[in-house]
Write a protein that binds this ligand. Structure first.
Ligand SMILES: Nc1ncnc2c1ncn2[C@@H]1O[C@H](COP(=O)(O)OP(=O)(O)OP(=O)(O)O)[C@@H](O)[C@H]1O
Ligand SMILES: [Mg+2]
Length: 285
């Protein structure tokens, strides 16, 4: 894959929350560069530091959360410590795990308008952009619907639409499907993949669904105890199946099977394990 320019750069970043915590640093010695148009999946157990890393990207850390920040962090070359909230909102959109907590308005249109009002978008711009972003997430025509009358998957796609209305270049999603039924999950992954492929949007998604990440992500980053342990293509990362299992994480089922066959003496997988069903099927032909 041809890499775009670097858009996210962590240089020796560590952060410790001021509030008491179970270890000194939530994230520690993070060195990471993410390129424009990449789809990056973040994996890690509870408390590994996924959310803290993502909150650096939209500047909430260190600007709105008390703590001790060291190192340098740049998004599109800008230091988030000095960039304005308005500038950052135009670069980075954020979607959290629980859609209901992100919703507050009486209608879908008002929900999307809220963030745009804060950024000073004109009435004309809002009227143009709202139907556009609803179409992208597959919610066309639902402007007047109450957000609370939507399914979990639709609510989460509304959260994505609200983030997209600010026209961000990077979309950060923190376990966006964890409170959504299986159909809703698929819809959200499909929207994220479409934004990545068609709009070249950079996506950083914390997720537990390793099968889905193997299918969509360009890169998988495994975190443990605030540090980055693995960082590579899904094939590179999931081939470290022993380490991943030791951490208490899963690899895709097909990878697990291939690893077991490999240990039993199969020589089919000497060049690395398949990570998707299609790859596994191809290796059997
Ligand atoms: N607001 C906070 N105040 C104090 N400590 C925090 C706060 N938020 C997170 N931590 C601590 O920071 C570390 C990293 O947590 P973080 O929430 O970034 O992990 P995570 O990988 O997102 O976990 P999860 O899968 O549970 O969402 C943990 O030790 C956690 O206890
Ligand atoms: Mg988290």
């Amino acid at each position: 894959m041809a890499k775009g320019k670097p858009v996210i750069e962590f240089k020796d970043v560590s952060f410790a929350y001021a509030a008491a915590s179970d270890r000194p640093y939530a994230i520690e010695d993070i060195n990471l560069t993410i390129y424009e148009g990449e789809y990056v999946a973040l994996l890690g157990l509870n408390g590994a530091g996924k959310t803290s890393l993502q909150l650096c990207i939209n500047g909430v850390i260190p600007n709105s959360i008390m703590g001790e920040f060291s190192g340098e962090f740049l998004v599109y070359g800008q230091d988030t410590e000095t960039a304005s909230v308005r500038e950052l909102a135009k670069l980075v959109g954020m979607v959290f795990d629980n859609p209901e907590f992100q919703l507050s308005q009486m209608s879908v249109a008002e929900e999307i308008a809220l963030g745009m009002e804060n950024l000073g978008f004109s009435f004309e711009e809002m009227n143009r952009i709202i139907p556009e972003v609803l179409e992208i997430v597959g919610l066309s025509g639902l402007e007047e619907r109450s957000p609370f009358a939507l399914s979990g998957g639709q609510q989460q796609r509304l959260s994505i639409a609200s983030a997209l209305a600010m026209r961000p270049k990077i979309l950060v999603m923190d376990e966006p499907t964890s409170n959504v039924d299986p159909i809703g999950k698929e819809e959200i992954f499909a929207v994220a993949a479409k934004l990545n492929k068609e709009e070249n949007m950079t996506i950083i998604m914390a997720e537990h669904e390793v099968e889905v990440m193997a299918a969509y992500a360009d890169r998988v980053i495994v975190m443990d105890q605030g540090k980055i342990l693995l960082n590579g293509t899904p094939k590179e990362v999931f081939s470290e199946s022993d380490l991943i299992q030791k951490l208490g994480l899963r690899t895709p089922q097909v990878t697990e099977l291939a690893a077991k066959l490999h240990k039993k003496g199969s020589r089919k997988y000497s060049k690395g394990y398949p990570v998707t069903l299609d790859e596994a099927a191809a290796s059997l032909r």
